[in-house]
Structures are given as C-alpha cells and as structure tokens.
Ligand binder design. Structure first.
Ligand code: 5GP
Ligand code: MN
Length: 343
C-alpha cells in the first residue's frame, strides 16, 4: 500500500486530486458517533454531493436523536445496507483506527481504489492510502472546512450548520484547550454562512435530554470515589443502572466532564459495564497527564485531555487497574515538574 502522510495545508491537494479522479464515494465514522463524527460526515457529504459525486454514508451505530436536526442525517445508512456495494473511495472520518468504524463495517465496506483517513486525534493511525491527520485541528469538522476552502468552493448553508455543530461539540462549546482564535474565526464564518442561531444549535445538542439520562446521572454520580490525594476521581455505570433508569449506554456521555470539574482532580474516569461484561472507559485530564497515552496502554486512544478505551475486564477490576495506572502517570508528571510534598 502506497501510504502518503499528509500533515499540512499545502498537501490538501493530494486529497483533492482524488475528488477529481473518482466518482463513487462512501463515508464512515467511529462507533457511538458524536457531534464531530456526524457533523464532519454530513459536511463532507454535502460538499462532495455538490461536486456531482455519488456519495453514501454507512455507520455502525445509529444517529443519536440530538443530531437529527442536522440536514440529511437520514441519508446515513447502517452496515446492513452495504450489501455488494463497493465505493471507489472510502473516507473514514474522526476514527483513530479503521477498527473503530466497527469490525463488520470495516470488513464489508471495501473500496475498489482508495482508502482515505481524515482525523485530528493525536493517536490516529495512518491506516489509509491517503492520510490527512492534523492533531492541531480542533475537530475533524475543522479539517473538512479547510479542505473545502482549499478547493475554493463556496460552503453551502446546510454544510455550514453541520461543520459548526462538529466544531462546537469537539471544543466543548468553545471551552476546551483546543479552542483558538482560528476556531472562533471559523465558527463566526460558519454562523454567517449558515444563518442559523447558535443558541438553537446548542439547545438541539445539549438540551433535548431524555429524563432517563438525568436519572442515570444521579445513579452514576452516587458511585463517585476520589483518591486520598484528591487527584483521581472515578464513577461507574452498571447494566443494572442502565436498566433501572431506562437508559442506553450512550447516556453516560458528559458525566466524566462533571467529575473532572472537581477542584484538585488531575484525572477523571467514568467506566461503563457493557453487556459482554467488558468495560468501556472515558478519561479526562486537567492537562498534566496525557490520557491518550494512558488509554493507549489499553489499546485505546484519543486526545491528551480526552481519551477512551475498552478493557476486557469486569468494571471493578478495570477501575482498580485504571486508577493504579493513572496514579503512575501523575507520579511521573510530579517528578518531571519537580513537585515536592508539603506535610
Ligand atoms: P469519550 O470519552 O467522549 O467517549 O471519548 C473521548 C475521546 O477519546 C474521543 O476523542 C474518542 O474518539 C476517543 N476514544 C474513546 N474511546 C476510544 C477507544 O476505545 N479507542 C480509541 N482509539 N479512542 C477512543
Ligand atoms: Mn473529533
């Protein structure tokens, strides 16, 4: 496989060449898709459709209700619809690894010519024939914005809304450290083009919660444990809690951010017991510990301040293992910073 690693603006050209050369495109993203996954997919879908391409989107998991306000969300198909379809080019967005689009989909949706990987995760693997990996970008949606700019095609209204939604989501509503002057400039431009109300986008994404999610949050927050030094906070969600609250596994999203906000906490983790008894892990860092490295020890990945993994262990042992590992990272960073303990 002739792999070309593309890391800067000038090299967008290599990807744009594929847009000139091929006609049939398929797009996909990671399991449990979030705002950036869906936003970047639909943004790219709209751009390629405008170029006259045939574009299909296949995801392993369904579109969460909170993104059903986005145009063309219902053009996203499931793995069962792939059948014998073979795109010329498959573009994988925001996924870190090919396996993260879901094993069945990765084995079914096979491109006849090129596999493209567009991502902003620090731990992204260069699994494509063409890899557009930009860890400095706030979101995959920002990369798509720049790609369209490079093509010098006007961004349409619908596309602006999709890309803004991705940008807003991955920057935690412009609060996280990946928020820059440039992010704000892009956001402003997208609002201008899209003529949407940012407060409505926010409400659609964050304020259409099912009651079950709040009930689950209550249960999960009750499990809070903080280590004696106050630096690691953890919570867990069990299958029993999901059943009791009437919630699905994705309802834990956001809880880890709440416990990360505890004063003095360096690493926050939220683990969920999955139906197969394995454990899904969400990690957050205040900045000292690179949790993408921590997650990589368990074959996961993500960003320095937000990462995740799946551990083949029941949740109580997973928590013990994770807390011990997080402790090691904190100790390492303390010795690197020359911290001394005050009694
Ligand atoms: P979250 O905790 O919000 O689910 O995920 C935080 C970040 O970690 C996201 O950027 C997500 O893509 C990444 N992430 C979460 N789980 C996994 C995983 O199992 N594998 C990899 N490679 N990345 C993950
Ligand atoms: Mn993303």
């Amino acid at each position: 496989m002739n792999t070309s690693q593309i890391t800067d603006m000038q090299n967008y050209g290599a990807l744009l060449t594929l847009f000139d050369r091929y006609h049939n495109f398929a797009l996909s993203t990671h399991i449990n898709p979030d705002g950036d996954a869906i936003g970047s997919e639909l943004g790219l879908y709209l751009f390629l459709t405008k170029l006259g391409k045939s574009v299909k989107i296949f995801n392993t998991d369904v579109v969460p209700d909170s993104y059903k306000f986005l145009p063309y969300w219902d053009s996203i198909q499931s793995v069962h619809s792939v059948g014998t379809y073979r795109p010329e080019v498959l573009i994988v967005l925001d996924a870190s690894t090919l396996a993260r689009i879901g094993k069945t989909l990765a084995n079914t949706l096979l491109p006849t010519h090129k596999l493209v990987n567009i991502d902003h995760h620090a731990t992204a693997e260069a699994f494509g024939d063409v890899n557009l990996i930009m860890p400095s970008a706030s979101s995959t949606s920002e990369i798509i914005y720049k790609l369209i700019k490079c093509h010098q095609t006007p961004i349409c209204k619908a596309c602006a809304l999709c890309l803004y939604t991705g940008l807003m989501f991955d920057t935690g509503c412009f609060r996280y450290s990946n928020t820059t002057v440039e992010t704000h400039r892009i956001a402003a431009e997208l609002i201008e083009i899209g003529e949407f109300a940012p407060d409505e986008v926010y409400r659609n994404v964050y304020e259409q919660l099912p009651v079950a999610k709040i009930r689950l949050s209550g249960e999960v927050l009750r499990t809070l444990q903080v280590t004696d030094d106050g630096k690691i906070a953890s919570v867990y969600a069990t299958q029993k809690m999901f059943r009791k609250a009437g919630a699905t596994a994705d309802a834990v999203e956001g809880i880890v951010n709440q416990i990360q906000a505890i004063a003095g906490v360096e690493v926050a983790l939220c683990v969920s017991e999955m139906t197969d008894r394995s454990t899904k892990v969400s990690l957050r860092s205040q900045g000292r510990v690179d949790v993408s490295q921590l997650a990589a020890e368990f074959e996961g990945g993500g960003h320095a301040r937000a990462a995740g993994c799946r551990i083949a262990m029941p949740y109580p042992s997973a928590i013990t293992t994770l807390v011990r590992t997080a402790q090691r990272y904190i100790d390492q960073s303390s010795s690197e910073h020359g911290d001394c303990q005050k009694d």
